[in-house]
Design a protein around this ligand. Structure first.
Ligand code: NAP
Length: 476
């Protein structure tokens, strides 16, 4: 019997679909296996890598984005290749991958948003926060969206970190935003924004907010926005008080303290206001041909059988006159062509990362999931490290047991040859590094950290021009 792949003569070939944190951490874990020869090919639909680190992390959080230095190191490994601008399911299919790889990792994250399911949700002026985030981060698929920033009042529904990001970006001044790598068109649009009041709506209380404390505190440091919390809404109900006394949730404790501080502050001298509201749920968005108001209902908390505190409507309604609504109630994964999907849990069905065939209820040999498509849209970037470790652990077990795909052509050059026909303008990691340099240079010229490319054609043209110049210099 032939030896299992993983030797220098017969390397194990692994495809990773998606280039966000979970894909890179899976690559890193595989690279750590020094006793095996593993060749990694990462495929990415966009011509640029890093998923939400580029398209989701707030532009004013450069420290979080600096994690890409780790990804650069991973990509520098001689057995790692990046194929950007290649869409799984269109340019390459599931069948193509099974012909060329022993193992496939799906690391595609959660690309869409959850809906509120209330009347008026589709009125112009009502948006998914995830789309607004992708827009201001220069994601090519969202860069042409428009947001009516002539409105003076906006609501952000949800109490997670994305809601914090959206509220903060809406509340920042032009000078604050200019220092970031926010997309240039978004900077210009936000410069003229008339939004003065931003209502962040949590359906549960201050102790149950999902945002993390540094993000909450950051709101208090804005140059021209006050944070306003009504003292009666931050006062804890008996159930929350009891829960907070018994829990070891330091983040919740800190959040409650910070919110109490906001509630006792009388600062009202800045031109924008962020109102943090609690125990309210939207029930309807009103407006004739644009959002004009949001109806909310007051909630109370009750203890469910599993011990968690859940919101329940009280019947007391209020109408907020807002012209914009951003629903920020979580991301949602989308199914991949040819790959099982659990429409109830919105993930690829898996056991510790092994993709499960839903009919046979057993693992599909050689197919794995990591990150949000595996566990749902929770956690911070670092959460993907142990998650990737778990997936790679089962991949190694399967390698040892010989439970893998049986590719008919695992030769390394085969994928490049296939792409030369299917997608000749695919982007390599070296190309990305060139783009990165050009973006940073454009930033320096504008006195900003970076000016992003936001259109695929623009990227491909910039690369073609760079290659043309490089060839000219070589005398070709
Ligand atoms: P999230 O943390 O899951 O928060 C979702 C929020 O929406 C929760 O407050 C949830 O309330 C609320 N919600 C859900 N359904 C609702 C409904 N029908 N009506 C009203 N409210 C509803 O999601 P996220 O903000 O999209 O963030 C996703 C992940 O990325 C999180 O893990 C987050 O920490 C991370 N992230 C981190 C950063 C950072 O580190 N700076 C920045 C952005 C995102 P309940 O709790 O009551 O369900």
């Amino acid at each position: 019997m032939a030896a299992h792949p993983g030797t220098d003569a017969n390397p194990l070939r692994v495809a990773i679909i998606g280039s966000g944190p979970s894909g890179f951490y899976a690559a890193e874990q595989l690279q750590k296996q020094e006793d095996r020869s593993i060749q990694l090919d990462m495929f990415e639909r966009l011509p640029t890598p890093f998923g939400l680190v580029r398209g989701g992390v707030a532009p004013d959080h450069p420290k979080i984005k600096s994690v890409t230095r780790v990804y650069d190191r991973i990509a520098a490994h001689p057995d790692f290749r990046f194929f950007g601008n290649v869409t799984f399911g269109a340019d390459i299919t599931h069948d193509d991958l099974t012909r060329h790889y022993h193992q496939i990792i799906y690391a595609t994250g959660a690309q869409t948003d959850r809906r509120l399911g209330i009347p008026g949700e589709d009125l112009p002026g009502s948006h998914a926060a995830t789309e607004f985030v992708a827009w201001y981060n220069g994601h090519p698929d969202y860069r042409d969206l428009t947001f009516d920033l002539s409105q003076e009042r906006a609501a952000v529904v949800g109490n997670g970190n994305v809601a914090m990001d959206v509220a903060r970006i809406l509340a920042k001044t032009y000078e604050e935003l200019r220092e970031t790598d926010i997309a240039d068109y978004a900077l210009e649009a936000l410069r003229h924004s008339q939004v003065r009041a931003i209502y962040v709506l949590g359906r549960r209380g201050p102790a149950q907010a999902a945002f993390t404390n540094p993000e909450l505190k950051e709101l208090g440091d804005l140059a021209d926005a006050d944070v306003i919390v009504a003292p009666d809404e931050v006062e804890l109900d008996p159930l929350s008080r009891e829960w907070l006394m018994t829990t070891a949730d330091r983040n919740a404790e800190r959040n409650v303290q910070t919110l109490m501080r906001y509630a006792s502050s009388g600062d009202r001298d800045k031109s924008r206001r962020i109102y943090l509201r609690f125990l309210v749920s939207p029930t309807q968005i009103f407006g004739r041909d644009h959002v004009e108001a949001l109806r909310i209902v007051k909630n109370e908390l009750y203890r469910r059988d599993d011990g968690t505190l859940r919101p329940r409507q009280t019947g007391a309604f209020e109408t907020l006159p807002v012209g914009l609504v951003f629903r920020s109630i979580g991301y949602q994964a989308v199914p991949l062509p040819g790959v099982p999907f659990d429409h109830f849990a919105d993930v690829i069905p898996n056991e510790r990362g092994r993709v499960i065939d839903l009919d046979r209820r057993e693992p599909i040999p050689g197919e794995y999931a990591v990150g949000w498509i595996k566990r749902g849209p929770t956690g911070i970037i670092g959460t993907n490290k142990p998650d990737a470790q778990e997936t790679v652990q089962v991949m190694l077990e399967d390698q040892d047991a010989g439970r893998m795909l049986q590719p008919e052509n695992p030769e390394r050059g085969a994928m490049e040859r296939l792409l030369a026909v299917r997608k000749p303008d695919y982007v390599t990691y070296k190309d990305w590094q060139t783009l990165d340099e050009i973006e940073v240079r454009r930033g320096q010229e504008a006195g900003r950290p970076r000016v992003k490319f936001t259109r695929v054609e623009e990227i491909l043209n910039a690369l073609a021009a760079y290659r043309g110049r490089a060839q000219g210099q070589d005398g070709h």
